[in-house]
Design a protein around this ligand. Structure first.
Ligand code: 2RA
Length: 349
């Protein structure tokens, strides 16, 4: 049955993508309500369901929805998510922030992996994972099911979109400034810790006591929770690079069972949400330019890892940060809740 759908943060980079994913997936929308700040209220957005005016957010209005996607900030979610969901007449909330991801009674869901966790969630707030985890785990989970993961080591190359529209704008404006100015000009920065154009920054989110960043620890905490392997050793180095909207990740796994490249490649080719891009001889491998604006995560450069030998695999993944890392995953969660158990979640695009 068609649903009343609300989006909080509808004018942000992820909010806009949620509208697009609802359209292309043919999500059953009865009414679409786009909630924004006072500043953006009154603006009109063209959608498949007609023109929709941005409304100033209120808990009461959001509670009238069947499902509400929140993509604003951790503080916004902490303040409002539970109030929107509370009681039988509240809405199901799919939250894109990290506010509740590690709570015991909140499901952290990638529908191709643990849709049931969302369906059995005792709470009406469901958490969407961090983009870095959501992208890498598409390849990690099938490998885990077949070969058993023993250790995971990841290095990431993360796009500006992870910092929202303002991050992408800072990259574009800064790059223009550098190429149009005297040699040696360095771009200004506000959103990122340092200028991003023609640079890379091994610092995303805040440093923790163990000297990892929070972005890196999110990969550890979230891989464990989503795959339900509570003590899996996962280590990540997360780096911001000057690309716009696709995150790339170099991943090494050590497995319980011996793993062969051909077997892993065949398995990954058949796994949901993955597009194999693994033809080195034809210069085909995952890249931000080819993975951007696509639903599947590209996986390639698959090879036997030299350190772990016949129990080790090394590969490269690249996925659209705004889609697989946020909007697509969130809409798939809503679909998982709306559809009967056993649906095939292979993205349609
Ligand atoms: C980033 N992972 O790339 C974050 C966004 N959620 O900054």
């Amino acid at each position: 049955t068609p649903l009343k759908v609300g989006i909080c943060g509808a004018t942000g980079a992820v909010g806009k993508e949620i509208v697009g994913v609802l359209e292309t997936r043919g999500f059953p929308v009865k009414e679409l309500h786009l909630f924004g700040s006072e500043r953006s209220s009154g603006k009109v957005v063209e959608t498949k369901w007609g023109k929709v005016e941005i409304e100033a957010f209120s808990v009461q209005k959001a509670r009238e929805m069947d499902v509400v996607f929140i993509s604003v900030s951790g503080d916004f979610s902490k303040e409002y998510a539970k109030a929107i969901a509370e009681g039988d007449d509240g809405a199901v909330v799919i939250d894109n922030s990290s506010a509740f991801r590690y709570d015991k009674d909140v499901a952290l869901c990638v529908p191709e992996i643990n849709a049931d966790a969302a369906r059995k969630n005792p709470n009406k707030v469901i958490a969407n994972p961090n983009c870095t985890t959501a992208i890498g785990i598409m390849a990690l989970f099938p490998l885990h099911k077949r070969f058993g993961l023993k250790k995971v080591i990841m290095s990431t190359y993360q796009a500006a979109s992870g910092a929202g529209q303002e991050g992408m704008d800072e990259l574009r404006d800064g790059a223009k400034e550098v190429v149009n100015s005297a040699e040696g000009t360095i771009a200004k920065n506000k959103i990122f810790a340092h200028p991003l154009p023609f640079n890379l920054i091994p610092h995303i989110d805040v440093f923790q006591d163990n000297l990892y960043t929070k972005e890196e620890m999110k990969v550890t905490w979230e891989c464990r929770k989503i795959m339900d392997i509570p003590s899996l050793p996962v280590s990540c180095t997360a780096v911001r690079i000057p690309t716009f909207r696709a995150h790339a990740e170099s991943i090494v796994v050590e497995t319980e069972k011996p793993i062969k490249v051909d077997e892993a490649r065949d398995l990954l080719a058949k796994s949901p949400g993955i597009a194999l891009a693994d033809e080195p001889a034809n210069k085909k491998y995952p890249m931000p330019l080819t993975a951007s604006k696509k639903y599947p995560v590209e996986v390639g450069r698959i090879r036997q890892n030299i350190v772990f030998g016949d129990h080790g695999l090394e590969f490269f993944v690249c996925g659209d940060q705004l889609l697989r890392g946020a909007a697509l995953n969130a809409v798939l969660i809503a679909e998982a809740l709306a559809e009967p158990v056993g649906k095939d979640f292979t993205p349609k695009l």
